[in-house]
Structures are given as C-alpha cells and as structure tokens.
Design a protein around this ligand. Structure first.
Ligand SMILES: Nc1ncnc2c1ncn2[C@@H]1O[C@H](COP(=O)(O)OP(=O)(O)OP(=O)(O)O)[C@@H](O)[C@H]1O
Ligand SMILES: [Mg+2]
Length: 225
C-alpha cells in the first residue's frame, strides 16, 4: 500500500528566485514554492539565505492571514529544502486580469489591492514587492497578495512609501495607458484603511523618492555623455 500526502503536477512559474508548481497536498489544491539555490554563492551561505527567506516568507503569510490579510494559507514548510506548500488561489494574476477585464472591474480590483496593502501597512508590515504580478484576482472576486519573501517590519513611513512607489513604477511599465486611473483606484482602497492624513504622508514620501530617483538618473545620463 502506498500513502501519498501530496503530489506536484505542473510547473506554473520559474523565476530567478523560485520555482512554483501546482498540485495537491493533504487533499487541498496546493502551490509548491521551491526557492532555488544559487551556484555562485558559497554553499553554507546559500543554505542559510534560502532557509532564512523561506521561514521569513512562511511566517509573514501565517501572521498576516491571522490578522485578516488575504494571503494563501500555509500548509507545510521545509526551511532546509527551501519549500513552502500553500493553498492555491484560484484566479488570474492581476497583471493579466487588468489586460482583459473592463475599466470598472479593473478599478474595483485595484481598490481591493489598495485595501490589502493598507491592511498590511496598518499592521506595520511592508510587502517589499507590491506588483500586479504578486497579486491574484481570485475567482471569488477578492484580491490576494502573494510573494511575501521581501516583507519587512515598517520602521518609518519610507517603508510604506517604497511599496506604493514600486507599484506606481509597475503601473507605468505594464499598464501605461491607464496608470493614473489605476493608481487613483488603488489609493481609494488604501485610504479606506489608512485614512486621509496617513496616506498624504505616504504620498509626500513617494514624491520625494521619485524626485531622488530622477536626480540619480539625470546624473547617470550626464556622466555617460
Ligand atoms: N498561492 C498561490 N496560488 C496561486 N498562484 C500562485 C500562488 N503563489 C504563487 N503563485 C503564482 O506563482 C507566481 C510566482 O510566485 P511568487 O511571486 O511567490 O514567486 P517569485 O516571484 O519567484 O518570488 P520571489 O520574488 O520570492 O523570487 C505568482 O506570480 C503567481 O502567479
Ligand atoms: Mg513574484
């Protein structure tokens, strides 16, 4: 007799940091996120980095879910192997969904993203990689956050602003035609959680980060000419 607790069926994503596969685990539809080893790193250091990031991501998922943020449920963690098994979110990656759904639905989905990021910030956690690829528009109509590997404790308003800044850059590169509208929709949801005052503070910091970025870019161009 063979008893299996799970099985991997197909790879759904292969990035620089991780391989993500879909399958079944303890009767759940599951996603297996396997952090990849880097051949150029000293093996002991590589092991430590992989284990630390795996634990950090799993811990963030469990903690945030406990506090009501829509993130996948963690089913199993193996730090040494760099593996997290989590519930599969049935849906479409937000980046792709925004290419097909109408403007009103896109706006609504972005406001839901704003609410989830707002919930995180209110809990004092920055996501670290807020992009439309790290959000899933579920078939249940909710927006879920994934990819918590870079999440961190908020030390000051800059950590929150970096999340919003990164999202703005993604809107500029992947959703250019509707970037302003989508940002407005995001901020509507974000404001619901954080309130006008705090969002104003965050957006002032975002403006500062963008000015700094432009300054660095201009210096780089001047130097190379
Ligand atoms: N729980 C999940 N349910 C459904 N799809 C998922 C889930 N987790 C990840 N995915 C899909 O896999 C893709 C990659 O996952 P993720 O973003 O966590 O990995 P990554 O970008 O390689 O992470 P990292 O930045 O840590 O290297 C996501 O964009 C999403 O499409
Ligand atoms: Mg990702």
């Amino acid at each position: 007799m063979s008893i299996s607790i799970g099985r991997v069926e197909r790879v759904i994503y292969l990035g620089a940091e991780a391989l993500v596969a879909e399958g079944e685990f303890l009767g759940y539809r599951a996603v297996f996120k396997q952090r990849l080893r880097k051949p150029y790193r000293v093996p002991e250091l590589d092991q430590e980095i992989v284990s630390k990031r795996t634990v950090a991501e799993a811990r963030a998922l469990v903690n945030l879910r406990h506090h009501g943020v829509r993130v996948p449920k963690v089913l199993f963690v193996d730090p040494l192997a760099g593996l997290i098994v989590m519930e599969k979110i049935d849906g479409v990656v937000l980046r792709d969904a925004l290419q097909t759904i109408d403007r009103e639905s896109s706006c609504y989905a972005m406001s839901l993203l704003g609410e989830e990021v707002g919930k995180m910030h209110k809990l004092g956690v920055a996501h670290g990689d807020v992009t439309t690829s790290n959000a899933i528009l579920g078939f249940d109509g909710s927006v879920y956050l994934v990819d918590l590997g870079l999440s961190k404790h908020v030390e000051d308003v800059e950590d929150m602003a970096v999340d919003v800044h990164l999202l703005i850059r993604v809107l500029e590169s992947s959703h250019y035609a509707h970037r302003e509208e989508l940002l407005k929709c995001f901020l509507k949801g974000y404001r619901k959680l954080l309130g006008d005052e705090e969002v104003r503070e965050v957006m002032d910091k975002v403006a500062e980060i963008r000015t700094r970025g432009r300054y660095v870019e201009e210096r780089r161009i001047r130097k190379s000419n």
